[in-house]
Design a binder for this molecule. Structure first.
Ligand code: FAD
Length: 285
């Protein structure tokens, strides 16, 4: 049985809709997600600043309409120190005081970084040194990779990277999605042994179709979870596929909560139904 319940902190990630017509649907989903009392709702950011305006619009909506704290993803790839400082100041000016500091990914074909901030740790340091920012910022979260970042040569290097981010002032880590609880637990153990003591929040995404699975594997570089992949492909029925994805993720939530994870972060894909089914089925909400 999962630990009960409202004691388990939950949070969600959404992204700025690709077209303005989709904004009302996202706003409705945010309202429904808010009904289960998330600690924060994070909003993704297009590397290079391509989504600044749209990300801000979603963050403002969360700020004004929900009881959850808006948390802004920001990336530093390709930006100068000055540009990054201005970007953070813009968000702070909107009352956004919690951030996920990321490097972001280089645009396809780019061979090298052209910015001054090479790694996420540089953005964390910059955030902590901003002259006009409240010190320390309420929250500076960073990414963590239980199965290794695609560019990393070893898991020890990923742990070392996380430790550097903590030393620079990060106070929360949110993981890349993963499909097996033990991968998270092994990473957390390694990180703790290396001196990481900030909470490492497991990030989970309920996958409800083979197409979605293929897409997230391509984007994340994660290995294919064979059993999940086969179960999703064994039927054409969308309701059955949804049940497969929800069952898989709800089981992981139960295992993670029982193992003492500091909360559950769900990649909501701008929809509320699937992630709320996961929380309900696992007994967390
Ligand atoms: P870094 O911490 O800079 O790490 C990148 C690579 O460099 C890693 O291999 C790391 O080990 C290595 N490295 C780091 N520091 C050093 C150093 N000092 N010396 C040598 N090597 C080093 N992308 C977006 O564009 N927008 C988003 O909104 C977004 N949201 C995300 C949310 C989460 C929870 C996660 C897990 C990822 C998200 N990403 C997003 C993707 C992320 O930007 C990419 O995974 C990117 O490749 C790495 O970002 P990072 O912040 O981990 O970078």
């Amino acid at each position: 049985m999962a630990q009960s319940t409202d004691a388990v902190a939950v949070s969600f990630e959404v992204y700025p809709p690709r077209s303005p017509e989709k904004m009302p649907d996202l706003q409705e989903s945010i309202r429904v997600l808010d009904s289960v009392g998330p600690e924060f709702i994070s909003v993704t950011f297009g590397a290079g600043g391509s989504s600044t305006r749209d990300s801000l619009e979603v963050l403002r909506f969360i700020r004004d309409v929900s009881s959850a704290t808006p948390l802004a993803h920001l990336t530093c790839v390709g930006t100068t120190r000055q540009e990054a400082a201005e970007l953070v100041a813009t968000f702070l000016g909107e009352g956004i005081t919690q951030f996920l500091a990321l490097r972001g990914d280089l645009p396809e074909g780019a061979l090298e970084h052209h910015g001054e901030l090479e790694h996420a740790v540089d953005l964390v340091t910059l955030m902590n040194e901003l002259p006009d920012a409240p010190k320390p910022l309420e929250r500076i979260a960073v990414a963590a990779f239980p199965n290794g970042h695609p560019e990393s040569h070893s898991l020890d290097h990923d742990v070392e990277t996380l430790l550097r981010k903590q030393e620079a002032g990060a106070n929360l880590a949110i993981t890349q999605l993963f499909f097996y609880t033990e991968h998270y637990l092994e990473f957390v153990e390694k990180a703790h042994s290396a001196g990481v003591n900030i909470p490492i929040l497991p990030g989970l995404m309920p996958i409800t179709s083979p197409g979605r699975l293929n897409r997230v594997l391509e984007l994340s570089g994660e290995s294919r979870p064979t059993e999940l992949s086969e179960a999703l492909s064994s039927t054409e029925d969308s309701a059955t596929r949804e049940a497969v994805g929800v069952d898989w993720t709800a089981r992981m939530v139960t295992e993670l909560v029982n193992a003492g994870a500091p909360g559950i972060h769900l990649y909501a894909f701008n929809q509320h139904r699937t992630v709320l089914s996961v929380l309900e089925q696992s007994g967390v909400r």
